[in-house]
Write a protein that binds this ligand. Structure first.
Ligand SMILES: [Zn+2]
Ligand SMILES: [Zn+2]
Length: 207
C-alpha cells in the first residue's frame, strides 16, 4: 500500500464528526469497527479506550486541516509534528498468512488507537510534503465542514464532494436570484427592514 493512501485514514477519522451539524459517528464500538473496516486485526482488538483516544486525535487532526486551510502553515505543521512524536510508527516487514513481504507501520503499538494514529499521521505527513500543505482543505459548503485532501490536477478543490459542490452552486444561484428580487422590490418602494448591505427599503432575505 502506498504511504500516501494512509492519509485517507486521517480524513475518514476527522469526518466521523460534523461539528456544525452536531453529528458524531464515532461513539460506539460498532462505529469504531466501521472506521477500521478492512483492518480485521484492529477490529478484533479495539475497545472502548480506543474510542476516547481516537476522538481526541480527531479534534487535533481537524486543527491541522483547519490551520492549513486558512493558510496558518506553521501552526498546522507544529500540530502534526506533535502528533508524529506522540504516535511514532513501529515499522516491521511482515509476511503473515502466506502473503508477500510487506510493511506494517504500527507493529506492536500499545493500542489500536495508537496504531491508527501513527499510520494516519504518517500518511498525512507524507501527503502534505509531497502534494503541498495547501492541498489540505475544509469543505466550504456550510454546514458541511468535512475535511479533504485535494488531489485534483488544478488544485482548486473547495468542497468535500460533488454533492456539496452542487449544493453550494444551487445556494449561490438562489442568492443571486434573491439579490435580484430584492433589487426589484427596492425599486418599487417596498419598506421592509433593511438587509445586510444597509440598503433601506429592501425586504428581509428569508428565502
Ligand atoms: Zn499485513
Ligand atoms: Zn462538504
Amino acid at each position: 500500500m502506498e504511504l500516501t493512501s494512509y492519509a485517507e485514514m486521517a480524513v475518514r477519522l476527522v469526518n466521523t464528526e460534523q461539528p456544525l451539524r452536531g453529528r458524531d459517528s464515532l461513539t460506539s464500538l460498532t462505529d469504531l469497527r466501521q472506521l477500521l473496516a478492512g483492518k480485521r486485526a484492529w477490529q478484533q482488538l479495539a475497545d472502548d479506550g480506543d474510542i476516547d483516544e481516537l476522538r481526541a486525535l480527531r479534534g487535533r487532526l481537524r486543527q491541522v486541516f483547519a490551520a492549513a486551510a486558512r493558510g496558518a502553515e506553521r501552526q498546522a505543521v507544529d500540530e502534526l509534528n506533535a502528533l508524529l512524536t506522540e504516535y511514532p510508527v513501529h515499522p516491521q516487514v511482515s509476511g503473515h498468512d502466506g502473503s508477500d513481504w510487506h510493511l506494517h507501520l504500527a507493529e506492536g503499538t500499545p493500542s489500536v488507537a495508537a496504531g491508527f494514529a501513527a499510520v494516519a499521521c504518517m500518511g498525512l505527513a507524507v501527503q502534505l510534503t509531497q502534494l503541498g500543505i495547501a492541498r489540505l482543505g475544509v469543505c466550504q459548503a456550510a454546514p458541511c465542514s468535512a475535511v479533504f485532501i485535494d488531489t485534483s490536477t488544478n488544485r482548486s478543490r473547495r468542497y468535500c464532494s460533488d454533492r456539496c459542490a452542487t449544493r453550494a452552486n444551487v445556494a449561490a444561484y438562489r442568492a443571486r436570484r434573491r439579490d435580484l428580487a430584492s433589487g426589484d422590490a427596492a425599486a418599487v418602494g417596498d419598506t421592509h427592514a433593511p438587509d445586510l448591505r444597509q440598503q433601506p427599503g429592501t425586504p428581509p432575505a428569508n428565502v
